[in-house]
Design a protein around this ligand. Sequence first.
Ligand code: BDR
Ligand code: CA
Length: 308
Amino acid sequence: MKCQKIIIDTDPGIDDAMAIFFAGLSDKLDLVAMTSVFGNVTLDIATRNAMVLAEILKQKIPVSRGFSKPLVQIPNPVSDYVHGEEGFGDIPAREPKSKELSIPAHEYICDLINANVGEIILCPVGPLTNIAMALRHDPTIAAKVKSIVIMGGGVFSGGNVTEYAEANIWNDPHAADEVFAADWEVTVIGLDVTQKVICSHSEFSELSRNVPIIGSFLEQATEFYIRFYKEAVGIDGCQMHDPITVIATIYPDLFTYEYHPIEVCLESPRIGETIICKNKKRRPAKVAVDVDIDAVKKIFFDTIKTGF
Ligand code: BDR
Ligand code: CA
């Protein structure tokens, strides 16, 4: 299989780090760029962390800075209680040696798609602000991107920040609604599937023994993340939202789908809820409703173990 080009739009974040490591180490993916966005952490921290992750991978992956706040609403607080103040649990902040690009993320996304028509999968795993702004900047990208695979929402599951809303959509519901309204091939990897894929501390400890640099980074970061899941969700492990979304770009057959046009509720109290739209004419999205849990976990750990 030809290497699939991917852009990850991200707010790193512990599960974002897993997704980026996976993409950087998979021989089936070419991580052409990362674009940063506010969300789990501030935009400054997200941009810095994306560059740090590229350096841990020992790869030159361009990083472009995106938006620091949502399109319309007042920003929600960052999720430091989930990801830690600096984004990677208790791991102290570290300054990257590399420099971010000077071009803003939404323009860079458009330039890359225009230079690689039909070849790029856009994979946002944070709030959809940069993507909505890219669509506003150049609406023709909708027809030029290969597809967009989104970590966000929960069409049947309900939310994880409120009863109704998943974090990425809740952080910029207006942007998300613009993204779902566009005429392009959207795959939704939402809580309907991501909540089913749970990894334990011992799985990260084993990874750490096999690949000390990346494994111990993830083992240390996930200690914090798993503590959150234990206290807030009552599970002994962490949900693998962002890495399984990247896995879906190259292993779509490990998921089962339903096809529904999606809109985002923009009114309180259900703001941020992803719902099947009844009255608007929209192209149906490919909504993942089930996943082969063992297979995606094996692909994740095997790729990290053998790729570094
Ligand atoms: C999503 O929200 C963020 O906290 C995670 O990184 C993931 O992208 C899960 O709801
Ligand atoms: Ca994320």
